[in-house]
Design a protein around this ligand. Structure first.
Ligand SMILES: Nc1ncnc2c1ncn2[C@@H]1O[C@H](COP(=O)(O)OP(=O)(O)O)[C@@H](O)[C@H]1O
Ligand SMILES: [Mg+2]
Length: 139
């Protein structure tokens, strides 16, 4: 099996699109809180909401291309790990850089602190996806 995810049972998988407007940030926060509550996800839902909020805001602010939408996917793996995936059409990768005392450039630093992993990849002909993974509490 070449796909590392294919051996893991997917327990929940949800995707939706949003317009490229800052109003989508608030909407995504509400949706994530509701989804994860419905799924009874065992991790910290407010952390997941905050991570989603930063990634969706970044798609709107840094990844906006007129006529395109952003997409949000929540994927819960059978070990309880939550994958938060936000896609936008801009072929530019995020840049995490430490910038203390600055209001800007802190979102992804917070995301990295809350998430177990943060990465990004191109999706041929469509744009890119920024992905954060949050673990469920151990034991
Ligand atoms: N979806 C994205 N598309 C393109 N560039 C991005 C995206 N997300 C983040 N970036 C880049 O990474 C930088 C760091 O992001 P972030 O830590 O959220 O800071 P901020 O959004 O406040 O500038 C951004 O300033 C931007 O240059
Ligand atoms: Mg940001």
């Amino acid at each position: 099996m070449s796909d590392p995810q294919s051996s893991a049972l997917l327990t929940h998988d949800w995707t939706t699109g949003y317009p490229m407007t800052l109003r989508s940030v608030r909407l995504a926060r509400l949706h994530v809180r509701r989804r994860l509550t419905m799924w009874n996800w065992p991790g910290d839902i407010e952390d997941a909401v905050l991570v989603t909020s930063e990634l969706v805001a970044n798609a709107v602010v840094h990844g906006r291309i007129p006529g395109h939408e952003l997409r949000l996917r929540l994927l819960e793996l059978d070990d309880g790990v939550l994958s938060i995936e936000v896609s936008d059409p801009a072929l530019v990768f995020p840049a995490v850089r430490p910038r203390d005392l600055s209001e800007r450039g802190r979102g992804l630093i917070v995301v990295r602190q809350l998430a177990d992993s943060l990465d990004w990849f191109l999706r041929a002909g469509v744009g890119k996806t920024v992905r954060a993974r949050l673990g469920a509490p151990k034991g």
